[in-house]
Structure formats: C-alpha cells, structure tokens
Design a protein around this ligand. Sequence first.
Ligand SMILES: [Zn+2]
Length: 253
Amino acid sequence: MFFLLKRVIKKDPFSILELMRCLSLPFLLPFLFLSINKVCAQKEHSMDHINCDTAHFHYTDYADSLSHFMQRMGNKKELKTNDIRLKTAFYLALSHYPELHQKKITLRLKSIPSTMQAQPDASFLFKRRVKRGYHIFVNDNPEPTGIDYRELSFNALVGWLGHELAHLIDYSSMKNRDLLSFVTAYVFDKREMRRTERQADRETIKRGLGVQLLDGAHFFHKSKKVSKKYRKKNKKYYLSEEEIIADINKNCD
Ligand SMILES: [Zn+2]
C-alpha cells in the first residue's frame, strides 16, 4: 500500500482523486471477494440458504423397501415397469400423500414431450369420482427433451414424482364437470397451465419434498442436454430454484 501511495504522490502530488482511489482499494478488496464468493456459492446449489431439514433420500437406504411399500400402499396401484428404482421412488413420494393411498393410480413408461405427466383416466366422465383412475407417465425417450429420467438422482426422482402426485391431489378434489373444464383450460390457456404447474410445485414443497424438488430443478438447469424448447417451457411454467428455496423456508418452522 505504501509503495502505491509513494508512486501516486511522485507521479502527481496534487492528484487527490488518485490518492483516494489508491487508499480505498485495499478496503474494497475484502468486499469484492465476498461478493464474488456469494455469487459462486449460489451457483453451486448450496443448501446453506435452507433453514430446515435438508435430508436427501438415498436409494441404498431403500433398496429392500419395495415389498414393504407395496404392502402398505400398493392397493389399486399398477406400476408397469421393471425399473425397481423408479417403483421405489414412486412409493416413497406416495408416502407423503396419504389421501392417494386408496386411489387407482397407474404408472408407466411412455414417449412424451416432457419428463413426467399426470392425468385422469379418459373414462372419468362416465364414472363416479371415487371410481376415477389416474395415470402417471414417465418419459423413456430422452430424444425430444434431452432429459433421461434414469440420470436423475434417486432424491430428485422422488421430488419429480411428488410433483406429479400433487397434480393428482388437485384432480381428485374436482367434480367431473370441473375436471373437464380444467383439462380444457390447461390445454388451451397458458396462464392456467402456469398456475397449475406452480401450484403443484408449492404443494410438493408443503408435503415435505421441497429439497427433492430443488434437486430435480438443479439437475434440469445444470444439464447441458436439455432442449431449448423444454428449457423455455420450464422457465415459463415452473418455480425457479430461488423460488423453491424461498418456499421451503416459508414452510418449515
Ligand atoms: Zn406438472
């Protein structure tokens, strides 16, 4: 610092501005460092911003749990896949939605333009609400989206399935007539689609799967393989990572 001072005075003894700049530099450096550090930490998906339980689900802890889960929650559930990891993640997510334990739910792999999709069975118009069935589709063709569900961590998989189950909570609360207008609005009204998707994200967080949802969102944003169209859709309709974190903090005591 003294060397710098000496140089400034020697160069122009009357340059007060230069002198001030020189003096402030060493004081500004720590702040500059702190700011850079803060930006970098956000990019690293730090859980430091979350003030509550951030425990992750690890598949190794649940590798033997499928039969137990099926005994507990398997009534009226049809999981048409051989992927045991996916099945286990489904039941783990389902354990956060006790209202759905007696509902008819089918899960199957299908080529769809998103990673997952939840919908009522097409026969719903001719059935009583209690008899209604629901489908969850998981995309097994990563070509259009760039996302392969098999690359998601077990924790993130539980989060994304939790989001789909949140949709089923919404659907199961509607009468046939309301569900029909809802489905029509969802398809044709982009604002309705945004409202529904963000609502499903919020419900997932309320059910205690916020950290799992955040893991999924982080995987999505970090992935370089996601198609432009899918990335744009995600930004438009779903909660951002920052919004998920804010909502997790709001929901934990
Ligand atoms: Zn959704």
